[in-house]
Design a protein around this ligand. Structure first.
Ligand code: SF4
Ligand code: SF4
Length: 178
């Protein structure tokens, strides 16, 4: 909650600075809620990849970070569509520690459709059953068992180590198939 609060103030400060100093028309989004799912957006921007439980995994912090975007009216940066961390998708398929350890069984084996017929994007999908996660999350003042058990929560050294193992393992598969 402290991080949510500090990041909320921080993202407002940055948006104000962009408006005052550069005249950028923009709107900050508090990290606790909002209109968009920020994990896939952050992945497209090259920060990391969305993990099996829906949270972003980054090399430095694993799932231990919050995200707060700033939406800008005019295109002042080039769009990015980065897949550098896509290997995490396959890693998650073989890991599933978050799903196995979730005390409420809230993490789906496969993403489920949460809303149909959204104008422009047709449907949205979700990784967790909020009716199971949220009440428990509130009762325990922030459960986060899924974050704790994620192997990437141990920091950047662990990220690099697992990436190396993943690459070697997949080369092995490739070699045995060819
Ligand atoms: S926060 Fe707790 S209850 Fe919610 S998905 Fe993670 S492990 Fe499950
Ligand atoms: S615990 Fe495993 S499956 Fe879940 S997000 Fe982390 S790496 Fe992916």
């Amino acid at each position: 909650m402290r991080v949510y609060k500090e990041l909320g103030f921080g993202v407002d400060d940055i948006a104000n600075w962009l408006r005052e100093k550069y005249g950028v028309k923009c709107q900050s989004n508090h990290p606790l809620g909002g209109l968009v799912n920020t994990s896939p957006l952050a992945a497209k921007a090259g920060l990391g990849w969305q993990g099996h439980n829906g949270l972003l995994i980054t090399p430095k912090f694993g799932q231990r970070q919050r995200i707060a975007p700033i939406f800008i009216q005019d295109k002042i940066f080039q769009f990015t569509d980065n897949s550098e961390h896509k290997w995490l998708e396959q890693f998650c398929k073989n890991c599933r520690k978050c799903e196995k350890n979730c005390p409420t069984g809230a993490i789906y084996s496969e993403k489920k459709i949460s809303i149909e017929n959204v104008s422009g994007i047709e449907q949205t999908r979700t990784c967790i059953d909020r009716t199971k996660c949220y009440p428990y999350f509130n009762r325990t003042l922030g459960c986060s068992v899924c974050v704790k058990v994620c192997p990437f929560s141990k920091g950047e050294t662990q990220y690099n180590k697992l990436k190396q193992i993943y690459i070697i393992y997949n080369k092995g598969i490739y070699a045995s198939e060819s």
